[in-house]
Design a protein around this ligand. Sequence first.
Ligand code: BGC
Length: 498
Amino acid sequence: MPASRRGSGSFTLTTGQTIAIHTRTQDEEDLPHATKKTMADHLRKYESLFTLTPQRMRMIVEAFTETLELGLNKPNQIVPMIPTYVFGWPTGQEKGDFLALDLGGTNLRVCLVTLQGEGKFEISQTKYRLTEEQKQDDGQKLFDFCAECLNTFVETNTGEGAGQLKPGQSLPLGFTFSYPCSQERIDHGELIRWTKGFGAGNTEGRDVAEMFKKSLEKYQLPIKLTALINDTTGTLIASHYVNPKTKIAVIFGTGCNAAYMEHVKNITKIEHLGIDPGAEMAINCEWGAFDSFEHEHLPRTKYDTVVDDTSNKPGEQAFEKLISGRYLGEILRLVLCELIDEGVLFLGQNTYKLEKPYCFDTAFLSLMESDPTDELLMVIGIFTHFFALETTLAERQFFRALAKLIGRRAARLSACGIAAIVSKMNYLDEGCSVGADGSLYNKYPGFADRVHEGLQDIFGDKGRNIVTYHAEDGSGVGSAIIAAMTKHRKDAGLYLNV
Ligand code: BGC
């Protein structure tokens, strides 16, 4: 067996950067490193901090369920349980051309969706990267940028060459705006607060649909904003369009949230609107806000407290900060920094690169967990390439185990959220499908299995009745279907009744 081995691979970070790495194990140790025993002792400590017992999970589910009820009964609650004015499920027969604009946590995406009926569709799309500056600058400028991208897209995809639009014709647009907005109708939405690190000025408390329409006017685009939707609501509708067993949709990406279909009679806070109590309406839970400010129910470690205190929104999105892709890498980095400060890790090495907040991408956790080599060559690659740090096998095994603890906690907490909706809606016995999307769900190895394991820990064997699956594209296809459903309601004269 040779003393050293080589390994190479390439991967894409959430920042969009693609990295190729070539690594080689150390032939000899010339730096002071922590021993295997020291690392094992530390791991035990972190295990007890990050592990969630089934009993604790059940307690969280109970508190979560009560919070969901509260949000339906009273306005302006921490978990706002937002009525979306998306009434009932799609028929599967929705047809036509629709534009969809998706302002997510990382990208801006423009899509042209052709719904063909029978659950079928075609989609063409373009992605535009958002800069940090755009996320923090003036809100109107952000919407102007959205309109500018739409303009370019429409010119390319629906211009005379493409032959899609007749003179005077306008395309209905579904705008997926994935931040908490309280809605009075489907084409309205007052931004409650920015999440996922956004902080664009002059936007919170304002009707973002109006702001966006103003930007559309500047470009005189042949577009009509038909529906403002959340990505979870889009995911719920798109997933049901192709899999009618779907009752819940969840996003585990840069942010985290869920939507489900509720009986209007249970949304008592909008009783005064006089909507048919027998109807059904999708609810955007905005569950990322669960346990915000009071921090009574969730098991926060001191690393979670630092993540929260140093965020642009301290106290807010407490549940999301333990789960979503935006924060997991940072939690792990904070643990490593603590061990550096205690003189356990990287003695004699310059650790400044690792000391920069948010430099440890959550994609690194996925990569560490999926490293198939005995020597953990991928882990070597991450530490040498990005942080110029040498590691021993014992340290690498520790890093990987730590990633597992943090990733597993996120998945088990996600299971608690799903379980709360399942309990509230009594879905356990009949079972249901949960459409799930987002980078964490799609790319983190074993995330879905851990969610399912969590559901069984909460519900016992019956937990198997609740199955998550990779959802349909909610912010593209879902948004188009909702625009189609809304247009249909408007044409039928139903819109004004709401
Ligand atoms: C937002 C939600 C969104 C979720 C997933 C959260 O930060 O508040 O509106 O659904 O991220 O994108």
